[in-house]
Design a protein around this ligand. Structure first.
Ligand code: NAP
Length: 203
């Protein structure tokens, strides 16, 4: 799978490393391809990924992961709307405390044929880096259309080492956001710390 990752920080870097190690073709869409942070990240993936400017990365990817600050997502999507259209777009951006936490409607408005998913927003990045708690595998709740794109997104969640739990169509994005809000309250409000995650039990 050809994956464009917008952002090379905690979320983009962590997921990009996992996906490159799983054999995907990963390009980080960045502002400065020569920055020391980007160079260090590319070294950490043993040359299995590359970095390019955001428009080039988007043009390359069949899947686009949005892992940049919430405040810059709209402008980035607007500037690259044509290239994003038709692709699988996974929105991980968060605006906790704001009226809208995600960017799924913004992405759909600018790129109406993009297949938009809400995922990787509800847990701290450390839990993507290491999705096992002893014998227990972390669950990742996500939403988006139940079409041919969903198995692709599920596969990418599994490649990180997480168990995907589909919550429903994109109209469930606010519910998936709430899981992130719960995580933040427990991690910071309750002071439990960032190394916490969720498990759905069923029989
Ligand atoms: N941290 C978490 O545990 C976590 C969990 C779930 C979701 N999220 C969400 O995921 C997103 C990324 O979080 P993060 O923790 O990975 O942030 P981060 O470590 O600060 O990384 C942000 C990345 O975005 C890049 N960036 C900033 N402005 C940009 C622009 N205008 N165009 C292109 N790239 C730009 C930064 O590049 P430079 O190096 O050039 O500044 C950096 O690579 C946020 O929306 C956050 O809410 C975070």
């Amino acid at each position: 799978m050809r994956i464009a990752i917008l952002g090379s920080g905690n979320i983009g870097g962590t997921l990009g490393k996992k996906w490159a190690q799983a054999g995907h073709d990963v390009v980080f869409g960045v502002r400065d391809t020569n920055s020391s942070k980007v160079k260090a990240l590319l070294e950490a993936v043993d040359g299995k990924a590359s970095a390019d400017h955001v428009p080039n990365a988007i043009a390359f990817g069949d899947v686009v992961l949005v892992a940049i600050p919430w405040s810059v997502v709209e402008a980035t999507v607007r500037a690259n709307a044509e290239a994003i259209d038709g692709k699988i777009v996974i929105d991980a951006s968060n605006n906790f405390g704001g009226p809208v936490v995600n960017h799924v409607e913004t992405i759909s408005a600018h790129a109406p044929t993009a297949k938009v998913f809400r995922a990787f927003n509800s847990l701290g990045w450390e839990n993507f880096e290491d999705p096992q708690f002893g014998e227990t595998q972390v669950d990742l709740f996500y939403c988006g259309s139940d079409d041919e794109a969903r198995p692709v997104v599920e596969g990418l969640i599994e490649d990180v080492g997480l168990r995907p739990v589909w919550v429903g169509d994109l109209d469930q994005a606010r519910l998936v956001d709430s899981i992130g809000s719960l995580w933040v309250q427990l991690a910071y409000g309750r002071g439990i710390g960032r190394r916490i995650a969720f498990k759905l039990l069923s029989q």
